[in-house]
Design a protein around this ligand. Sequence first.
Ligand code: ZN
Length: 478
Amino acid sequence: MHPKTYLRTFISILLLNVSPYSKAELPVLGDPTQQELTPYREHLMGNQFYRTIKASVPFVTDLEVNDYMTNLGQKLISHSSQPDKKIRIFVIKVANINAFAGPDANIGFHTGLIISAKNESELAGVMAHEISHVTQRHLARAMTESNVNPATMFATILAGILVASQNPEAGAAIIYGGSAALMQSQINFTRANEHEADRIGIAVLTDAGINPEGMAGFFETLLQKSETDNIIAKMEYLRTHPLSTTRIAEARNRITPKDRHLPDDSLDFQLMRARILVEMSNSAQQLINQIEQFNADKVNLVSQYTLGIAYIKNKQTDKAIRLLSEISQSNSHPWIELALADAYRAAEKDSLALTTLKKLNTLFPNYLPVSIRYAESLISAKQSEEAISLLNLQLRTKKQPIVYNTLAKAYFSKGQTSLALEATSYEYELEGYTNLAIQQINNALRQPELNKLTIQRLESRKQELHLQIQKQRKESRG
Ligand SMILES: [Zn+2]
C-alpha cells in the first residue's frame, strides 16, 4: 500500500475504533478543504483531541494528582502572556516519557514523565515549555501557514500521539514513515519554536516563583539517559522535542543568578508523584518491600506516605491505618488525612472515614479532593441531601466534570432521576459530548411526574445544546 493511503486508512481506523461516544461526535473534524482555523474551530478541534485520547488511552482519575496538575498549569498560565486562557491538563497512564500540547490548550502528560521528574521545578519546566507552545500559537500557526490543511494535520498529530502512547515502536514507524515524517517536521517542532518555548517558558517560571533551572536540568537528564541507556523508545518526548546540548546550554544561560535561588520543590509535588508511583506499580508488595528495606529509620515523610497508600493498594488496611494515623499526627497535610480516610473506607470502617472527612471539610472547605471524597462518603451513609448541597457549593467556583458526576450519583441515590440525568448532561457537555448531553436531557424529560418549572428548564437547556450542535455543524461545513 502507498504510505499515504496506509496512513489515511490507519488514521480513520484509529479515529473510528475508539468508542461509540467519539463516533457520535466525529463531524467536528470538518471539511478537509477548509484551510482557515478560526478560534471556534480550534476550540472544537481541542475538544475532539481530548475526547479521542480519552476514549483510547487510560486516564489518571486520582483527585489529588489531577488537582495538583491543574493548579500548577493554572499558576503557570496566569504568569503568561495570556493569563485568562482556559487550559485543560490531563494525565494518561503511559510509562514512556512524553508531554504534548494539542489544539486549544489541551495539554497531556504521561505518568512516565511525571515519575522521571525529580522535583517540582523539573515538571514545571516541561509544563511551562508546553504552555508556551500554546501561548505562542505554534500549533495553530503551523496549521494555518502550512500547505497541509488543518484537518489532515490534526489527524496526523493525533495519530502520532495515540500510537506513541500505546506502542512506541509503531508510533515511531508512523512518525518516521513516508509523508507523516514530512508533515510532523512541519508542525510544531521546528528548532525556532523549541527555542521560543524554552525562552518564554523560563520567563513564565521565574515570574511564577519557580526555579527555572529544572527545565534545563530535566532536558539534560533525558539527553544523557538517551545517550547512555539507548532507551530512546521510552522517550517519546525526545522525538517530538529534539534536544541538543546547545539548546540546553542556551536555556541555562538565560537564567539569572537571582533566579537560581527560587524554590525548586514542594511537598505536594513529592506526594503527588508518590501517588502515581503506587498507582502505576504492577506489584504493591514489591514496592512495599523496597520501601521497608531502604527506609527502616522511618524519617522520610514521602516514603512513609508512599508506604501507607501502597498498603491500601495491597489490601493491608490495618497496617495502612496504623501508619497513616501515626504520620498524620506530626504532619498536617490534607492528603495524609485523605489517605487515612481511604484506608478506613477500604477497611469498611465507613463511620471513621466519614468523621475524618467531615473534619477535613471544615478545615479545607471547597477543596475539590476533599469535597468529592466527603460527598461520596455521605452518599454511602445515606446522607445524600448533605452531599448535594456540598457539591452545589463546589459548583459555584469549580464547574468540573467530576463534580457533576458525583452530584448525579447523589441524586440517583435519592431516586431523583431527572435531576441526576440533568447533572450528567452538564458533565458530558464539559467533556465535549454535546450529543450525549442532549440525550440525557431527553431521558430526563421522559421521567414521570415532572413539574412545569422543571420541564421548562430542561426544554430551554435542550434548545441551548441544539444551538451549540448547529453552530458546530455550520463550522465543520465551513
Ligand atoms: Zn516543544
